[in-house]
Design a protein around this ligand. Structure first.
Ligand SMILES: NC(=O)c1ccc[n+]([C@@H]2O[C@H](COP(=O)([O-])OP(=O)(O)OC[C@H]3O[C@@H](n4cnc5c(N)ncnc54)[C@H](O)[C@@H]3O)[C@@H](O)[C@H]2O)c1
Length: 438
């Protein structure tokens, strides 16, 4: 099939590359001309494992091209995916103006009826708004009547290609047999290859599945972070608690890693958006407000611990390891490390920051921070280290080497990168999430 992907960011480009890998012809459109120029020149302008290779393959086979022109993108396509951002606004609701703008452009430029797919994460009933916008624009410009489908995306940055080529499930919400048929045909190569559940629903149900899934995962993270606080106070070990809980197949071990809380471009905004749409519909989702509160508390934990262990933080040299919101990506949107570094700077600390791939995305934000090309450069002579992203290369540093590099033997391990026991044996004063505080 031939399809257009509108917005070739973290979700759109992965969608385009994976659809091309399954034999579809894809045109990617973006209003960011520098992104389109870079993709046309053959370079993916951010870090995501295996994405560059898959994009190269699709381009070499002639299955992916890029444009900034809607008429060109929509020419002869069966399906148009909306993959633009839905960032959080100050009141917690998502900004849906990019989605509406794309819907208007589709209605103005499409020369035949399309299946318009919302892949961006949107609140329940956004499909109705897209349908309304398409209809109003079509009436105004004598255009076609299009169908609207919800096909939420569940990929995780860092494993986006694997998640998209071999998803746990595909969810498609449509309100007509025709639209369901088109989407089923689009996903048939994936289902033949991979054979995951294909969940066909109406549009509203599919929209809700996405918010419910992300809100549940975020709540799981906040739950274990709350348990971690209790472990610290009681003198118990949260990792053993999580492991033993995880053996119960009704619970599962995933998303029970206590740490610095969730971040990234999805969970914080999706939790807020779900609270907001629930309230608009007349339901107070108080449980999710608590999920968010515990997450804020988790992000404040490192500085609280550092003050406890070092007394005054001002003028101290503090090594911060990791700024990406999780390993495997250079994405720093809503990264918990951002709040940690901001708080350290407010307290007058000298911050030496290391991250294997994400430093370029924060250089302009913090002119006063020392950006370190190597992890040992960040650690050498520092009064304490705080781990903010659990990159493998940090776990590989032995307690002995850490002891040689740091000026004071003080560790705030906000991601439980190292064994607290091992560090203590090597003579460190340690604050590890969810283990007894000494
Ligand atoms: N990043 C993730 O891990 C992830 C996972 C699942 C779902 N989502 C959801 O997918 C959506 C997109 O997220 P993302 O991370 O890919 O965002 P992104 O910022 O990486 O990409 C969005 C792209 O849309 C482009 N754009 C904005 N307005 C446009 C317009 N009018 N026409 C064409 N292009 C336009 C931007 O230039 C950008 O390249 C969001 O709703 C997000 O919540 C993201």
């Amino acid at each position: 099939m031939k399809l257009a992907v509108i917005g070739v960011g973290h979700v759109g480009l992965v969608t385009a590359a994976c659809m091309a890998a399954d034999g579809h012809e894809v045109v990617g459109l973006d209003t960011d001309t520098s992104k389109v120029d870079s993709l046309r020149a053959g370079t993916v302008p951010w870090y995501e494992p295996d994405l560059q290779e898959l994009v190269d393959k699709g381009a070499a086979a002639g299955f992916i091209s890029y444009t900034t022109d809607f008429s060109e993108a929509l020419d002869g396509v069966d399906v148009a995916f909306i993959c633009v951002g839905t960032p959080m606004m100050d009141n917690g609701s998502p900004n849906l103006s990019y989605v509406q703008s794309v819907a208007s452009s589709i209605a103005r430029h499409a020369r035949h009826p399309l299946v318009v797919v919302e892949k961006s994460t949107v609140p329940v009933r956004t499909g109705e708004r897209i349908r309304q916008t398409l209809a109003l624009e079509s009436m105004a410009h004598g255009g076609e009547m299009h169908e609207v489908v919800s096909n939420p995306e569940f990929l995780r940055e860092g494993t986006a290609i694997e998640d998209t080529l071999r998803p746990d499930r595909v969810v498609v919400g449509a309100d007509s047999e025709h639209a369901h048929g088109v989407m089923r045909a689009l996903y048939q190569p994936l289902l033949d290859r991979h054979g995951c559940p294909y969940v066909a629903t109406d549009v509203k149900t599919a929209e809700l599945i996405k918010h419910a899934s992300n809100a549940f995962l975020a709540t799981k993270i906040s739950f274990i972070n709350a348990v971690a606080r209790i472990c610290e106070l009681a003198g118990a070990d949260v990792e053993q608690v999580a492991d033993a809980m995880g053996f119960d197949h009704r619970i599962g071990r995933a998303f029970l890693d206590a740490g610095l809380g969730y971040g990234g471009s999805c969970f914080p905004k999706d939790v807020e958006a779900f609270i907001h749409i629930a309230a608009e519909l007349g339901y107070d989702f108080g449980m999710l407000r608590e999920t968010d509160r515990i997450n804020r508390e988790a992000k404040a934990w490192p500085l609280h611990q550092l003050r406890r262990l070092l007394w005054n933080v001002n003028d101290k040299e503090i090594a911060v390891l990791g700024v990406a919101f999780k390993p495997g990506t250079d994405d720093v949107r809503e990264a918990p490390a951002i709040e940690v570094v901001d708080a350290l700077l407010d307290d007058g600390a000298n911050v030496r920051l290391h991250d294997p791939v994400a430093l370029d995305n924060v250089r302009e934000r913090w002119p006063e921070v020392s950006f370190c090309g190597g992890v040992e450069e960040a650690l050498r002579g520092a009064h304490a280290v705080i781990t903010c992203t659990e990159w493998d290369e940090y776990a590989a540093i032995t307690p002995e080497r850490l002891r040689e590099l740091l000026a004071y033997p003080v560790v705030v391990d906000a991601r439980n990168v190292w064994s607290a026991e091992g560090l203590r044996k090597a003579g460190f004063t340690v604050a590890s999430v969810g283990s007894p505080l000494t």
